[in-house]
Design a protein around this ligand. Structure first.
Ligand code: ZN
Length: 243
């Protein structure tokens, strides 16, 4: 029965539907793709220099940096291919949907740029979507990477793409959550979206699994998301009839 259903869906979808096809699996679900266990604990330490110097000047400098240091790597910086088409997204969005790639983690800008290009190639060439599916991606290098951005509709959560910003942390987070650098950046980019008017002040946070039959964004990561003050049960989601 399940197979019949999937086959029928595949036969029926039009070019446009392909673009918004649900991701029953995240990228790495293919057997050939290696799933790497997140090394957040050990690797995360590389990004945090421990200093015992708490002179006032240094502390003030650090606080200021903490407020200002959201770094968004633009499409041209990571070498994005142009989208085949776009659909406008009207601000502000009421939902933020969180994903993992279910693929490799990255801990340096160069690694993460390559990872974003890999995801875009997969979404455009294999999934046949118009562009990389997510609005933004976050690496364990502590940077955010521009996907479709704030004003173009994503292809990341079927039925929710037109009323959400989709943000994906790169890695596989079933057993371990993203590192601190990635979690901080995720919070910062959401906050930035709110302050810029792209995300509603009273936004609701969902994990992808609340919108479709998927493990995304991984058990360990989802446990964190469920404890966020913006997280809510999805009253409209019926897992039985998601597909
Ligand atoms: Zn997802």
């Amino acid at each position: 029965m399940e197979i019949e259903k999937v086959v029928t869906e595949r036969l029926n979808y039009s070019e446009n539907n392909k673009e918004h096809e649900n991701q029953t699996k995240e990228i790495g679900a293919e057997p050939k793709r290696q799933q790497e266990t997140a090394k957040s604990e050990q690797v995360g330490l590389q990004h945090h220099r421990v200093t015992h110097d708490c002179s006032p000047r240094k502390v003030i400098g650090r606080v200021k940096k903490g407020q200002d240091d959201l770094e968004i790597v633009k499409r041209e910086e990571w070498g994005a291919r142009p989208p085949n088409a776009t659909t406008n997204l009207t601000a502000p969005q009421p939902l933020v949907v969180i994903h993992h790639t279910n693929w490799d983690s990255c801990w340096t800008q160069e690694q993460c740029k390559a990872e974003v290009r890999k995801v875009q190639d997969f979404h455009m060439d294999v999934r046949e979507w118009w562009d990389i599916g997510y609005n933004f991606l976050v690496g364990e290098d502590g940077r955010a990477y521009e996907g479709r951005g704030w004003t173009a509709q994503g292809a990341h959560a079927k039925g929710y793409n037109g009323r959400s910003i989709g943000i994906c942390v790169m890695g596989t987070f079933m057993d371990a959550a993203p590192n601190i650098a990635a979690l901080r950046t995720l919070q910062k980019i959401i906050t930035y979206g709110v302050t810029q008017g792209f995300i509603d002040f009273n936004y609701t946070l969902y994990g992808h699994r609340q919108t479709g039959a998927t493990d995304c964004p991984g058990d360990a990561f989802y446990d964190l998301i469920r404890n966020d003050s913006h997280w809510k049960q999805n009253p409209n989601f019926d897992a039985e009839n998601a597909y």
